[in-house]
Ligand binder design. Structure first.
Ligand code: G3P
Ligand code: MG
Length: 372
């Protein structure tokens, strides 16, 4: 019967007469793919929507590559024409932070210098990685030797040296961004901690309120240090392994523990974007609206995007984000949880979706009917 329903849907057209007033946001990992393996029905579901010119965006807490590189990879895996205007990755919204484009920023996470290249493509002109700092000053982390060969393959000269005795000439970080899952949690944590305990982000210094690093510092004040931006709170995600794997949220929890130990329990000021944040959902709706305009020309005011169906596998990011999203354009988001990723069928999801369905193919079928 499901197959028959799908065939009937596949043959009928829902958009012959009018511009669809609905669209989709699809999570990637656990909905469309499991790491590099496409999930059954993903190709069919998305190609149906493309045939019908029903707009969709791919909304992922993943990242670590440029949007162009990620869609090129997915295009090949899903055998579908995709372009960079159809995807929002965890760090995509960082591109809009133009106030830091001419400053010096630390970018953490991802393979080699890939995230550095992503940040540079967004317009950030002075991007430093922990690997760059380590290669210039190996004693900054005494246990890094085992990774020397890897770091040397991509490290670049620093824009400025670390000269604690003359802070004004020393490398100063103005903001820290975690673009993707850190690989070397030890070095990344050490560098981030140094910067958070420093004078105004000047590496090699200690802010006067932080006294001697030797003791847990109960008087720690985080003022004047550069802001810390994370791009993805996911504690777990659905990779190829049959059990869920730690995501960037795992690193955040680990770093939080380190911070509490070093400062004697001080709160860590940080900003976390990515799903389920309002900011990421707003950024995604704008990208969906732009794409809808590309599909249907200059849509008039009487052709609003009224409904968006969010299809996800993680109750904490996909479902909670869609349920809580307050659209500035007045669209209503329906959350659809599928059983092909993080969520384990049979248990109550930690955040209740509008509906639980088997997979993305069933989700599209149900949503197109619901939208009629
Ligand atoms: O790092 C990727 C993981 O956090 C989840 O990605 O596509 O399921 O939002 P996604
Ligand atoms: Mg997912």
């Amino acid at each position: 019967p499901r197959q028959l329903q799908w065939q009937r849907l596949f043959q009928t057209s829902v958009t012959q007469s009018r511009i669809p007033d609905f669209g989709f946001a699809f999570d990637i990992d656990g909905v469309l793919v499991r790491s590099s393996t496409p999930i059954q029905g993903a190709h069919k579901a998305l190609s149906y929507l493309q045939k019908e010119n029903i707009p969709f965006v791919l909304l992922t807490n993943g990242g670590g590559k440029t949007e162009e590189e990620r869609v090129a990879y997915l295009q090949e895996k899903l055998d579908l024409p995709l372009d960079a205007g159809m995807i929002v990755q965890s760090h995509s919204p960082f591109a809009d932070m133009k106030e830091y484009h001419d400053k010096t920023v630390l970018v953490v996470g991802g393979d080699y210098d890939q995230c550095q290249r992503v940040a540079q493509k967004y317009g950030f002109k002075n991007v430093v990685t922990p690997g760059d700092i380590y290669c210039a000053y190996p004693t900054i982390w005494p246990f890094g030797k085992v990774f020397d060969d890897m770091y040397k393959t991509f490290a670049k000269p620093l824009p400025k040296p670390i000269i604690p005795e003359s802070p004004e000439d020393s490398l100063k970080i103005d903001a820290m961004f975690v673009y993707n899952d850190p690989r070397d949690w030890a070095l990344d944590s050490t560098i981030m901690l140094d910067i958070l305990l420093s004078q105004q982000g000047i590496l090699g210094t200690l802010s006067p309120k932080n006294g001697d690093l030797g003791l847990p510092n109960h008087g720690y004040q985080q003022n004047g240090q550069p802001p810390l931006y994370y791009s993805n709170p996911d504690l777990w995600w659905a990779a190829s392994y049959h059990l869920n794997r730690l995501g960037q949220g795992g690193f955040q929890h680990a770093f939080e523990g380190l911070w509490k130990g070093v400062t004697g329990g001080a709160e860590l000021a940080k900003t976390i974007i990515g799903k389920p944040s309002q900011a990421t959902y707003e950024f995604s709706e704008n990208r969906l609206r732009q794409y809808r305009k590309r599909l249907w020309g200059n849509i008039g005011l009487n052709d609003p995007l009224r409904r968006v169906y969010m299809v996800g596998d993680n109750p904490e990011s996909d479902i909670r984000g869609a349920n809580n999203y307050d659209s500035p354009h007045g669209s209503r988001w329906t959350s659809i949880l599928v059983k092909t990723g993080v969520y384990r069928p049979g248990k109550e999801p930690s955040c209740k979706p509008d509906i639980i369905l088997e997979n993305v193919q069933e989700a599209v079928q149900w949503a197109v009917e619901d939208a009629k």
